[in-house]
Each structure stands twice: as C-alpha cells, then as structure tokens.
Design a protein around this ligand. Structure first.
Ligand SMILES: C[S@@+](CC[C@H](N)C(=O)[O-])C[C@H]1O[C@@H](n2cnc3c(N)ncnc32)[C@H](O)[C@@H]1O
Length: 233
C-alpha cells in the first residue's frame, strides 16, 4: 500500500481546504506530497504539476511508491497549462505570492470558465494574492496562519464570489477572515509589525518626512486593529 507519509502542518492546512472537492491540480507540487495525501483522504484524483525536471521526477517516484499512478498524473509543465478539464480545486503552495499571482494570471481564462476552488499558500506578499482574488471575483472563504519551524505561513481558501463585493485596503493587507477571527498568531503578527515599524521610526533619518508620516500612519492603523482585538477578547 505504500509507506506512511507525514504531511507538514503547512500542507495539512492546504489539504483541509481541498476537502469536498473531487479533482485536484497541485501546481508546483515538487514531491507531490499534497496530491498523494489528498487522493488518500479527500479527492478522487489529482494532477501533480511542476515545471522543473528534478521535482517532477521526485513526484513520479513518490506517486509510484505510494501505488497511486492510476489516480495521480504527474505533469512536467508550466502553471496550469496542462490542467484536467474536470479540475475543481487548484492548489498553489510554498512559493512567493507574486509567483502565485503570475500562475493565476496566466490561468485566468480557465479559472473564470471553470470556477475551481483555490487553495493558496504564499510564503510572502499575501496581500498581492488577496488583491488578485478580489479583482477576479473570488471570495476569501477561510484563511489561517500556520506556524512551521518558527516561520508563519498564510494559507487561503478562496471560492467564486456569490455576489459582488470588494475588500477594503485593510482587508487586502491583513486578510478579511484573519481580521474577523483575531486568532493568537494574527495578534502576534500585528505586535511584531508594530515593533518593527517603531524600530524603523527610531532609526530613520529625520529628513525623510514622507516616510516618517507613512510609518506613523501604519503604526496607528495596526494599533487600531489591536485595540479592536482587545475589545472582543
Ligand atoms: C518550494 S516548492 C513547494 C512545493 C510544495 N507545493 C510545498 O508547498 O511544499 C515550489 C515548487 O514549485 C515549482 N514551480 C515554480 N514555478 C512554477 C510554475 N510556474 N509552474 C509549475 N511549477 C512551478 C518549483 O519547481 C518547485 O518545485
């Protein structure tokens, strides 16, 4: 039956968001761990896509080792160009937010036509991902901060919007669901951001007036969110 595989907490969050779907496209799958875990637990089939030969070969080996070649197709291809027509969930995890946006943008016509769920785990620039989702009629249904080896990762689950809506700049920056849920990791992140910005403010050249004003506004905004968090604890 193939050996047991321990999924990282980052990929476990992504896996959780794939539940309820049938056909997964894991873009940038590398080792194909997500696709393997998904067909073993939540989806019927998957395509594990990577655009580099080394990761692609790793995926092929792992899929064979788990005896899942009949349910997981490995593809050496770019973004979502070799996606299955019946794909109802696309996962793009473990890369920079701008790279995720570039993949979504290239696949925008498929996404607009088939309206799959999107499971996205950017390592940075999450606000750019939220901006893309919002302007392509996707609604952030869930988002979570997963801690792994001392590093925080955002994981987003987005579905097509049911009615027209638009995220505010604050929601784009900090996350509409994170702002509502006010989880401990989210509050810790805000406190860290305040600390970093206050330090920058102390060290900045006093002639850089515009930057000083911007930093002060950003600190006030963060403190405002933190105050809201306190009032509901
Ligand atoms: C850091 S790994 C992440 C692996 C896995 N998704 C995870 O979260 O653990 C990123 C993978 O994405 C692949 N990749 C980057 N850009 C891609 C693209 N445009 N299309 C397909 N694969 C891509 C890389 O080759 C690499 O194997």
């Amino acid at each position: 039956m193939g050996d047991v595989m321990k999924l990282s907490s980052r990929l476990q969050a992504a896996l959780y968001y794939c539940s309820g779907c049938e056909s997964l496209a894991d873009v940038g799958s590398d080792h194909a761990y997500l696709a393997i875990a998904a067909v073993k637990s939540v989806v019927s089939k998957a395509v594990a896509i990577d655009n580099k030969n080394g990761p692609y070969q790793k995926a092929v080996r792992n899929v064979r080792r788990h005896e899942l070649s009949n349910r997981i197709r490995c593809s050496l291809s770019e973004g979502i160009e070799d996606i299955d027509e019946d794909t109802d969930v696309i996962a793009v995890c473990g890369m920079g937010g701008m790279m995720i946006v570039a993949i979504l943008e290239k696949g925008a016509s498929f996404i607009a036509r088939k309206k799959p769920s999107l499971v996205l785990q950017p390592n940075n620039a999450t606000s750019a991902v939220r901006q893309w989702l919002d302007s392509h009629d996707y609604h952030v249904l869930s988002e979570t901060i997963v801690e792994e080896r001392g590093q925080d990762y955002d994981c987003l689950h987005a579905i097509p919007k049911k009615q027209p809506s638009q995220l505010s700049p604050r929601e784009i920056l900090h996350g509409p669901v994170l702002l509502k849920e006010r989880s401990e990791p989210f509050i810790r992140r805000l406190l860290r951001m305040v600390e970093v910005k206050k330090k920058a403010l102390m060290e900045i050249n006093k002639e850089r007036i515009k930057e000083i004003i911007r930093l002060k506004e950003e600190i006030l905004d963060l403190e405002d969110i933190l105050d809201d968090c306190k009032t509901t604890v």
